[in-house]
Design a protein around this ligand. Structure first.
Ligand SMILES: *Cc1c(COP(=O)(O)O)cnc(C)c1O
Ligand SMILES: [Zn+2]
Length: 367
């Protein structure tokens, strides 16, 4: 059952609601299990953790056999880092982790049509899984979204609605339209997080069922970050691992609401002007789940860093030079590695998530 995080009111999963009547977010409790012997024998997809994923009927699973992406150990500027290659998903970003689970649930409760808003990748991912499931799909995007992402959405046969305005205007328009159609939001719908959490299971399994010391991720709405938190907490609760890794959020300096909120008590005047960033996937000025993100940073003894546009481009080029063609948005986390390394004193096992494929970058200037 869905449970309001504030007033604790509960709702059935069949209720086509996205927020509590009190206006707060909905989550739900779910007890994951990890039968390691069985898991080991299954095919390398994120559905190998089926006992940890809240889908009741196997026939409702909508999948491309996605997941179990490589955890690649590589030297970058002298430091040894484990890169989790989540750009190797069917639609080109980690969002497929959330979509395979959320769209499966939507199929399970018999929904025939959905709408969603996105800066591009979530929309492309949900459109793809809806095409797989035979569910009608409408995606709202800001007009200036990368052409690669908007064409990708249309090619999956989704209806594309371009909003002449900001990412926030787009979300508002979709929320308004969702009064008539099911709102398959990767931000509000907690089933999405119960898909993205599988990244934690994979990382732990790839490290012989151990948690790394730190996981560095780009953060916009926090669907990856909060998923990772839930996943590592599941492993800890079940006694599979013995510690929670430090969860490190990295944001573009030009759009850094989580950083601003977290450091508010430590220093004044960190509020920045509204500026554009090349990291379009995380240009989120008001993350709906900001409080949960900050709680996850604090509870995991993690941190938040910001990186400049120059640092993002340099990190993008450094990765391309290593043969990995990634999204600018993903380069934010790579740029964050240096900042994190400067803040620690001893050697650690560090994982950085590569979230999206470079083929989707809108502008490939000769920087
Ligand atoms: C969506 C996205 C992110 C950030 O995810 P949030 O859930 O908004 O924090 C990072 N990188 C890429 C490539 C994305 O598509
Ligand atoms: Zn409530």
């Amino acid at each position: 059952m869905f449970k309001c995080i504030k007033c604790l009111k509960t709702y059935s999963f069949d209720d086509k609601i996205i927020k509590c009547t009190c206006g707060s977010l909905l989550d739900f409790e779910f007890y994951a299990e990890f039968p390691l012997e069985k898991i080991r024998k299954r095919k390398p997809s994120l559905w190998r953790y089926e006992e940890a994923i809240p889908i009741e009927n196997k026939n409702s699973i909508v999948t491309f056999d996605e997941g179990f992406t490589p955890l690649l150990k590589m030297k970058l500027r002298g430091a040894e880092i484990h890169f989790k290659l989540d750009y190797m998903f069917p639609t080109g970003s980690f969002k497929d982790r959330g979509s395979t689970v959320m769209i499966s649930k939507i199929k399970e409760i018999g929904i025939k049509g959905v709408i969603e808003d996105s800066s591009g990748n979530a929309g492309a991912s949900i459109a793809s899984y809806c095409a797989n499931a035979g569910i009608e799909c409408t995606i709202y995007i800001p007009e200036k979204t990368s052409i690669m992402k908007s064409r990708q959405i249309e090619l999956y046969n989704a209806k594309l609605v371009k909003i002449n305005g900001s990412r926030e205007d787009t979300a508002e328009a979709a929320l308004e339209a969702s009064k008539n159609v099911y709102y398959a939001s990767h931000v509000f719908n907690p089933f999405f997080l119960h898909g993205t959490k599988t990244i934690a299971y994979e990382i732990a399994e790839q490290l012989d069922w151990k948690s790394p010391d730190a996981v560095i991720m780009p953060v916009g709405n926090g669907s990856l970050f909060l998923g990772a938190y839930i996943g590592f907490r599941d492993l800890l609760n079940c006694g599979i691992t013995v510690k929670m890794p430090k969860l490190i959020a990295v944001q573009a300096e030009n759009c850094s609401p989580i950083y601003t909120e977290l450091k508010r008590s430590q220093c004044r005047g960190v509020e920045k002007d509204k500026k554009e960033t090349i990291a379009e996937g995380i240009a989120i000025r008001k993350p709906v789940r900001s409080k949960q993100i900050i709680d996850a940073i604090k509870e995991s003894k993690g941190d938040c860093f910001t990186v400049t546009e120059r640092e993002i481009i340099d990190a993008f080029k450094a990765m391309s030079g290593k043969g990995l063609f990634i999204e600018y948005t993903s380069a934010v986390a790579v740029a964050g590695i240096d900042k994190y390394m400067n803040s620690i004193v001893k050697r650690e096992t560090i994982v950085t998530v590569i979230t999206g494929n470079g083929l989707k970058n809108s502008r490939l200037e000769n920087f």
